[in-house]
Design a binder for this molecule. Structure first.
Ligand code: ADP
Length: 283
C-alpha cells in the first residue's frame, strides 16, 4: 500500500548510494578507458546482497511511479544507450519488473525509415517523449544521430557536429516542460561484448537478437568509444545528466540503474492530488 503524502505513516526511506558515482560532471571530459566495465563501485555488497537491495529499490520505484501517475504533472525520460549486447533490453526487463506498465512508454529506435529521414533527426524522437505522469524509456535514441551516424559515416561532420547543441536545446525544452531527462550509458568491455555476441550465435533462443551488422560495428569499437566520449562530454548537463554504469555484471548494472531512477523520482517527489472536492462525499 502506498503511503500518503505526509504524516507519521510515511517512513523515512533508506539512504541511497550517491549517483555522483556514475554521473558525468557537466563541463568535464568523459574518459571511458578510465572506467572499468567489470567494476562494482558503491555496491551494497556481493551479488546476493546487491540483488536484495535491488528488490527493495524496485518496490520504492513502483510506489514513486504510482505517485507520478496520480499527480500527472511531471514525467521522467530514461535514455538508454550502449554498444551492441550492452544489456539495454535486459535492463528494461529487470529494472521495471515491478512497475505498472500502464504508466510506462517504451520506445526503441531503429535505423530511420524513409519518412523519418525526410524530417529533422529529432522529429521521430519528440513524438515519443513521455506525457505528464509517465516514465518514458528510450531504447537507443537521438544519440544514434551522433554515434552510429558519425561512426558509420552516414552524414558529414558538418551535419552531425551541430547536433550536440541541438540536442542540448531539445533536452532543455523537455526539462522546462516538466520532464526529467536521465541518460544512462551501459558500459561493457570489448571482451564482454564478444562473449555475449557469441552466446547469441550459439544459443538458438537468442539468435533472433543477432544481426550480422553487429560484427561490422564491433570492428569499429574504438571509433564508437570515441564518439561516445564526445557525446557524453558535450551533452551531460545539469538538466539532462549522463551516467556511465559499469555493466559487465548484470546484477550490479540493475542496482545502479535502479538507484539512479529512484534518486531522480525522489528529487521530483510527486504527490497524490489532495482532491478537496471529495471532502464529505459519501457513496
Ligand atoms: P538493438 O541493437 O538496440 O537491440 P537492433 O538490433 O534492431 O536493436 O539495432 C538497431 C540499429 O539501429 C542499431 O544498429 C542502431 O545503430 C541503428 N540506429 C538507430 N538509430 C539510428 C539512426 N538515427 N541512424 C542510423 N542508425 C540508427
Amino acid at each position: 500500500m502506498d503511503q500518503p503524502n505526509s504524516g507519521p505513516a510515511r517512513k523515512a526511506p533508506k539512504s541511497l548510494a550517491s549517483v555522483a558515482t556514475w554521473r558525468v560532471d557537466p563541463g568535464k571530459a568523459a574518459e571511458l578507458t578510465k572506467i572499468d566495465a567489470g567494476s562494482t563501485p558503491e555496491a551494497p555488497g556481493d551479488r546476493a546482497t546487491t540483488e536484495k537491495a535491488s528488490a527493495e529499490l524496485m518496490i520504492r520505484l513502483a510506489a514513486l511511479q504510482n505517485r507520478l501517475r496520480a499527480e500527472e504533472q511531471r514525467s521522467v525520460l530514461l535514455v538508454l544507450q550502449a554498444m551492441d549486447a550492452g544489456g539495454k533490453d535486459g535492463t528494461v526487463k529487470s529494472v521495471f519488473n515491478g512497475v505498472n506498465p500502464m504508466g510506462m512508454q517504451v520506445s526503441s529506435f531503429n535505423v530511420p525509415n524513409d519518412d523519418e529521414l525526410a524530417h529533422d533527426f529529432l522529429w521521430r524522437i519528440h513524438q515519443r517523449t513521455p506525457a505528464r505522469g509517465f516514465i518514458g524509456i528510450f531504447n537507443r535514441s537521438h544519440y544514434e544521430d551522433v554515434l552510429a551516424v558519425r561512426v558509420r559515416k552516414l552524414a558529414s561532420e558538418k551535419v552531425w557536429r551541430p547536433r550536440y547543441g541541438l540536442i542540448n536545446h531539445f533536452e532543455r525544452s523537455l526539462s522546462e516542460a516538466g520532464t526529467s531527462v536521465v541518460k544512462v550509458m551501459l558500459h561493457i568491455s570489448a571482451d564482454e561484448q564478444a562473449q555475449r555476441l557469441q552466446e547469441r550465435i550459439d544459443d538458438p533462443t537468442k539468435r533472433w537478437k543477432f544481426r550480422l551488422g553487429d560484427l561490422e560495428d564491433r570492428k569499429l569499437w574504438p571509433d564508437y568509444q570515441r564518439a561516445y566520449e564526445d557525446a557524453l562530454t558535450e551533452t551531460s548537463t545539469e538538466h539532462a545528466p549522463w551516467f556511465v554504469v559499469p555493466a559487465n555484471r548484470k546484477w550490479y548494472r540493475n542496482w545502479a540503474v535502479l538507484t539512479i531512477l529512484v534518486d531522480t523520482l525522489e528529487r521530483i517527489d510527486p504527490k497524490f492530488p489532495e482532491r478537496p472536492d471529495l471532502a464529505g462525499v459519501r457513496v
